[in-house]
Ligand binder design. Structure first.
Ligand code: CP
Length: 307
């Protein structure tokens, strides 16, 4: 059974195909409004979420399907000690596809191994968040018309930021990409991500702690939150949490067509004063996430022979 746990589970051709489907959904929503009629999505969220869960649910409704949701692990039998594998086997009896978020790295993989229906990883700890990357890709595609020859600045928590790791893997497949990695020393991009997705492909990159000096060359600025839930030590979190705060004055040397992105939720990383700047794309990402999740649900249910 085909599941999507990591962005590497999708080939470049499949990423392009999902973008094409999402664009078609945007242009011809009626064509897709009954495609999942009578089918059910289970959203199993063992960790908080606003965008991912609600966009999966909106996606399934807009495809004509139904949703069964578990939004609080405390109200499920997980609270009695039921394993992720048993939960996945159980939910397979009731629904056609699962979207699952869990605080533990690898939990989505365990669920996919046990389930008899497709499982989509909606975030597993600091590991992967492939559908956020799909949202990011559609946003870049719609803003820039493609992925080639972009200079992409990634700023904030590059160590624990699962969206950053997946986005780098995806963008590194295209031509002429260059990265500027902007983070405090303690939150630098892990060596394995650098080795696997940047160095192995001879992709040019620079590392800096200074956002403003990097700004003029950027086509994309991808801001991230320093995630309290990933820190073992509250003192370190408090010291690092406000390392980068994007305010209008910091954009004075930015390109006129810069795209400012953020997977959200934000805390202080982007001032609300930037929200009306035409370069702000983070709420477009939210909407694009729904379209890409629609495209992914269709793809996996078609491959499973369910629709
Ligand atoms: N970007 C994202 O995953 O948001 P939520 O945590 O609200 O789902």
């Amino acid at each position: 059974m085909r599941s999507v746990i990591d962005i590497v589970d999708l080939t470049t051709e499949e990423l392009d195909e999902l973008i094409k489907t999402a664009v078609d959904i945007i242009n011809n929503p009626n064509k897709y409004s009954e495609i999942c009629r009578g089918k059910k999505l289970a959203t199993l969220f063992f960790e908080p979420s606003t965008r991912t869960r609600m966009s999966f649910e909106a996606a399934m409704y807009e495809l004509g399907g139904h949703v069964i949701s578990m939004t609080d692990a405390g109200s499920s039998s997980a609270a009695k000690g039921e394993s992720v594998a048993d939960t996945a086997k159980t939910v397979s009896c009731y629904t056609d596809i699962i979207a699952m978020r869990h605080p533990k790295e690898g939990a989505a993989y365990v669920a996919a191994k046990a389930a008899s229906i497709p499982v989509i990883n909606a975030g597993d700890g600091g590991h992967c968040h492939p559908t956020q990357t799909l949202a990011d890709l559609l946003t870049i595609y719609r803003e820039k018309g493609g992925f080639d020859n972009l200079t992409v600045g990634l700023c904030g928590d590059l160590k624990f930021g699962r969206t950053v790791h997946s986005l780098i893997n995806a963008l590194s497949r295209y031509n002429g990409i260059k990265y500027v990695l902007i983070s405090p020393e303690e939150l630098k991009l892990p060596s394995y991500v650098k080795a696997d997705s940047i160095k192995s492909k001879n992709i040019p990159y620079t590392q800096t702690t200074d956002l403003e000096s990097a700004m003029p060359e950027l086509d994309i600025l991808y801001m991230t939150r320093v995630q309290r839930e990933r820190f073992f030590n509250e003192e370190d979190y408090l010291r690092l949490k406000d390392s980068y705060i994007l305010t209008p004055d910091k954009l004075k040397n930015a390109k006129a067509d810069l795209s400012i992105m953020h997977p959200l939720p934000r805390v202080n990383e982007i001032s609300a004063a930037i929200d009306d700047d035409p370069r702000a794309c983070y709420f477009k990402q939210v909407l694009n996430g729904k379209y890409m999740r629609m495209a992914l649900i269709i793809k996996l249910l078609k491959e499973a022979g369910t629709i």
